[in-house]
Design a protein around this ligand. Structure first.
Ligand SMILES: *Cc1c(COP(=O)(O)O)cnc(C)c1O
Length: 341
C-alpha cells in the first residue's frame, strides 16, 4: 500500500539506484575527492548555467541550518515564513548551528512571504537591541504546496538586496517547483537573486542527501569545515553524490517531479468532487491539503492510510511522490467517497 504522509515515504527511484550500484566498484578517494562527486558538481553547474559551489549533506535540516549559519553572525536574524520548515520542523537547528541567529517569522497567504511582510520585519527596528536582519529564506515549493512565481522571488530578493540581506532558498521540493513552473532552474534561483539553494534530493527519489548550492561563491568560504564539524561530511561521499548523477544526467529528476505533481492534481480533482472535503490551498506542486471531518480522518486511518495533520495550517496533508500510482490516488479517493457518503 502506498501512503500520502510524505514524499519521503517513497523508495529510491530506479535511475538513482542504478547510479548508486554503478558507483560501487572498487576503491575511490574518500570525502568527496572522487569522480562521481566531481561529475555531479559539474552537472549542477551546467544545470544552473553558472559557476557555483556545491556540497552534499545527509539531510535538509543540515543543509538549511549550515547554509543559514554560513550567511549569519550570531547576532543576525533570518526572516522566514511562520510555517517555514526552518522554524517549525528543524528542532532549532538553524539557531544552534549559527550560535544563536534568531528566526523572525512573518505571515503570508499560502505559505508565501510577500515583499510587504519582509519589509515590515526589516524596518521594524534598527536599534542595537534587536537581532539585525541578515537573510530572507524562501521555501520553494512551499510547505503548503504552493509556488513562488519567478517575479515574486525577484521582488523579495530585490528588497533584500536593497537592505543588505542575503537570500536563501529551502528547495526540499525544488524539483517539483521547476517541473511545475516549466522554468530554467536559474530563473528561480540566482537570476532572481537567490544566493544559496538547498536542493532536495531525498524527496525527489534519492536514497539520502541534499545539495547545497552557493551561487555567490564567497559565501561558501570554510563551508567544508562547517559540514565536517557538524558531522555532515560523508567519508564515502560517492554514495551520496552518485545517485544525483543518475537523475540529473537525463531528465529523470524532472520527469519524476512532473509525475508527482500530476498525481497531486489527480487527487485534488477527486477531492473537489467530494462535498465533505474542502481543499485548503491552490495545488501547485505535489502536496494537497484538505479539511476533512474528524470521523473521516479516523476512517481513513482505520483503512490503513497514513497522512499528516500537524503540518502547516492544519487540515490533512497528502503528499505525492515520484512513484505514486494513479491507482493509489483513485483508491484513496474511493475510500474518501465511501466514508463521506
Ligand atoms: C523535508 C523538508 C526538509 C528536509 O527535512 P529533513 O528531514 O531534515 O531532510 C526541509 N524543508 C522542507 C520544506 C521539507 O519539507
Amino acid at each position: 500500500m502506498q501512503h500520502f504522509a510524505s514524499d519521503n515515504y517513497a523508495g529510491i527511484c530506479p535511475e538513482a539506484l542504478q547510479a548508486l550500484l554503478a558507483a560501487n566498484t572498487g576503491h575511490a578517494p574518500a570525502y568527496g575527492d572522487d569522480e562521481w562527486t566531481r561529475r555531479v558538481s559539474d552537472r549542477l553547474r551546467e544545470l544552473f548555467a553558472t559557476e557555483c559551489d556545491v556540497y552534499f549533506v545527509f539531510n535538509g535540516t543540515a543543509a538549511n541550518s549550515l547554509s543559514l549559519a554560513s550567511l549569519c553572525q550570531s547576532y543576525h536574524s533570518v526572516i522566514c515564513h511562520e510555517l517555514a520548515h526552518v522554524a517549525t520542523d528543524e528542532c532549532g537547528g538553524p539557531e544552534f548551528f549559527s550560535n544563536g541567529s534568531k528566526l523572525l517569522p512573518a505571515t503570508g497567504e499560502g505559505g508565501k512571504l510577500t515583499p510587504e511582510a519582509v519589509y515590515e520585519v526589516i524596518t521594524r527596528r534598527n536599534d542595537i537591541h534587536y537581532p539585525k536582519p541578515r537573510v530572507v529564506t524562501l521555501t520553494q515549493a512551499t510547505e503548503l504546496g504552493t509556488l513562488y512565481q519567478p517575479p515574486e522571488i525577484a521582488a523579495i530578493a530585490d528588497l533584500a538586496r536593497q537592505h543588505g540581506l542575503r537570500v536563501h532558498m529551502d528547495g526540499a521540493r525544488f524539483a517539483n517547483a521547476v517541473a511545475a513552473l516549466g522554468v530554467a532552474p536559474a530563473d528561480i534561483t540566482w537570476r532572481a537573486g537567490v544566493d544559496v539553494l538547498c536542493f532536495g534530493g531525498t524527496k525527489m527519489g534519492l536514497p539520502v542527501g541534499e545539495a547545497v548550492v552557493f551561487f555567490d561563491r564567497r559565501l561558501s568560504e570554510d563551508f567544508a569545515w562547517r559540514c565536517k564539524q557538524a558531522g555532515q561530511l560523508a567519508s564515502k561521499m560517492r554514495f551520496l553524490s552518485a545517485p544525483w548523477l543518475g537523475v540529473l544526467e537525463g531528465e529523470a529528476w524532472l520527469n519524476h517531479a512532473r509525475h508527482a505533481n500530476a498525481m497531486a492534481q489527480r487527487l485534488a480533482g477527486g477531492l473537489a468532487s467530494i462535498p465533505a472535503a474542502q481543499l485548503l490551498f491552490p495545488v501547485e506542486a505535489n502536496g494537497v491539503f484538505a479539511i476533512l471531518p474528524t470521523a473521516v480522518q479516523d476512517g481513513l486511518r482505520a483503512r490503513g492510510w497514513r497522512f499528516y495533520t500537524f503540518i502547516g495550517a492544519g487540515g490533512a496533508r497528502f503528499m505525492c511522490a515520484w512513484d505514486t500510482t494513479p491507482e493509489s490516488v483513485d483508491a484513496l479517493i474511493s475510500d474518501l467517497r465511501e466514508l463521506t457518503s
